[in-house]
Design a protein around this ligand. Structure first.
Ligand SMILES: CC(C)(COP(=O)(O)OP(=O)(O)OC[C@H]1O[C@@H](n2cnc3c(N)ncnc32)[C@H](O)[C@@H]1OP(=O)(O)O)[C@@H](O)C(=O)NCCC(=O)NCCS
Length: 160
C-alpha cells in the first residue's frame, strides 16, 4: 500500500510544479477500517480561508490507487481568473499526481464544459471499451461511491 506521507509529497510536488503554493492546499485522507481506501484532495488558490465553499479557484477529486482511478471531481474557475491557464494547471497537476501513484484513468463525472475537456484530451465515457474494464476493476461502482452520468468524460493516462 502506498503510504500517506508519500501521497502527500506527490500531491504537493505536483501542485508546486504548476506554481501553486503549498499553503493553499488541503489534503484529506479517507479511511475505512483504519486503512486508506481512497484519498481526497481539496485544493484552492487565492484565498486564505480554505473553509470557504466558493473560493475563486477550486478543484477537488478522489484519488484511489487501489482502483487505479481518479473520480468524483469538481473544478471551478471564477471570473476574473478564467482564461489565465489555471484550469489547465489544475488538470495537469491531477494527471501528474495520478501517474506518480499508478492511477491510469481519470473520470470527469459531471462535464458541464465539454469544449474545455475535449481540449484537455478527455473523451466520452460510454463509447469507450475501457468502461467494461473499470466495471471489472471496481465491481459495483455505485456501492463504492463512484458517480457517473451521460455527460461523463475520461482520459487514459500512461503509467510506467
Ligand atoms: C472550464 C474552466 C475550468 C476552464 O478554466 P480556465 O482557467 O478558464 O481555462 P484555461 O485558461 O486553463 O484554458 C486552458 C486551455 O483550454 C481552453 N479552453 C478553455 N475553456 C474552453 C472551452 N470552453 N472550450 C474549448 N477550449 C477551452 C483555453 O483556450 C486554453 O487553451 P490553450 O491550451 O490553447 O491555451 C473554467 O472556465 C470554469 O470553471 N468554468 C465554469 C465551471 C465549469 O464549466 N467547470 C468544468 C466542469 S466541472
Amino acid at each position: 500500500m502506498i503510504s500517506e506521507s508519500h501521497i502527500d509529497s506527490v500531491v504537493r510536488d505536483a501542485f508546486a510544479a504548476e506554481g501553486f503554493a503549498n499553503e493553499n492546499l488541503r489534503l484529506d485522507h479517507f479511511r475505512r477500517d483504519g486503512a486508506i481506501v481512497s484519498e481526497v484532495l481539496y485544493a484552492s488558490c487565492g484565498l486564505k480561508n480554505l473553509s470557504s465553499v466558493h473560493p475563486p479557484l477550486f478543484c477537488s477529486y478522489q484519488l484511489n490507487p487501489a482502483l487505479r482511478l481518479s473520480y468524483n471531481g469538481n473544478l471551478h474557475i471564477r471570473d476574473p481568473f478564467c482564461g489565465k491557464g489555471y484550469g489547465a494547471a489544475f488538470v495537469h497537476a491531477r494527471e501528474r499526481i495520478c501517474t506518480e501513484l499508478g492511477i491510469d484513468a481519470v473520470v470527469i463525472n459531471l462535464c458541464t464544459n465539454p469544449g474545455f475537456w475535449k481540449h484537455m484530451g478527455y473523451g466520452r465515457l460510454g463509447l469507450r471499451p475501457f468502461f467494461g474494464e473499470w466495471k471489472t476493476r471496481t465491481g459495483d461502482m455505485r456501492a463504492k461511491g463512484i458517480y457517473l452520468s451521460v455527460s461523463s468524460r475520461f482520459k487514459r493516462l500512461s503509467v510506467q
